[in-house]
Design a protein around this ligand. Structure first.
Ligand SMILES: Cc1cc2nc3c(=O)[nH]c(=O)nc-3n(C[C@H](O)[C@H](O)[C@H](O)COP(=O)(O)O)c2cc1C
Length: 180
């Protein structure tokens, strides 16, 4: 492991101590970043649906319309995404939390339920999602133990105002307005 120095901040006395970054500290720091939740799907070379839950999703470019999602190289669905020329990203709603948990579970029967419709792009469409982005693969980059999949957004489908799911501090949460 690369020995990286980070600083811990003592909020009471505002002192900073340099420490060596451990995997636990790295994960702990990132767990403090709240994110949305996506469910990413594709089909493998045999036409079988595959997918995973991802919070490592971001908009990249408006022109052309690009987004990215990061996929761990150890995922069972990784080979499917290596060969796929298209994938779909669903922004999960509060109603999709149980499904997002299933899609984050290795070995789960991810498409066993009645959660998906068919879509003209040939990939499953998650019911109740806040939005769905139909993507063609634009670029793939190495990202350490992850691949960075850059998708060109071909079409979008908007949900009917369902509230998005949020992930923070290792828990699914709801968005709440700030007082005023
Ligand atoms: C809220 C949440 C967000 C996640 N984000 C990602 C992510 O951005 N990239 C990733 O590769 N795995 C992420 N995971 C873990 C994968 O969903 C999980 O490892 C999945 O089972 C991998 O697919 P597999 O079942 O095909 O191995 C996340 C899990 C959760 C619960």
């Amino acid at each position: 492991m690369t020995r990286t120095s980070i600083a811990t901040v003592n909020s009471c006395i505002n002192e900073r101590d340099d420490v060596v970054l451990s995997p636990e500290q790295y994960r702990e720091a990132l767990s403090r970043f709240p994110s949305g939740v996506t469910v990413v799907v594709t089909k493998d070379a045999d036409g079988i649906s595959r997918g995973f839950t991802a919070s490592a999703f971001t908009a990249v470019s408006q022109d052309p319309p690009l987004v990215l999602v990061c996929l761990t190289k150890t995922a069972d669905c990784y080979p499917a995404f290596v060969t796929a020329s298209k994938f779909a990203i669903h922004i999960a709603s509060e109603d999709n939390v149980e499904l997002a948990t299933r899609f984050a579970t290795k070995g789960a029967e991810k498409f066993a339920g009645n959660d998906f419709d068919s879509h003209p792009d040939g990939l499953p469409a998650l019911r109740g999602a806040t939005a769905r982005l139909s993507c063609s693969l634009y670029a793939r980059h190495d990202g350490g133990d992850h691949d960075i999949l850059v998708g060109r957004v071909e079409t979008v489908q908007l949900g009917r105002g369902n509230a998005p799911a949020v992930y923070h501090d290792r828990k699914f949460r709801k968005l709440a307005p700030l007082g005023r």
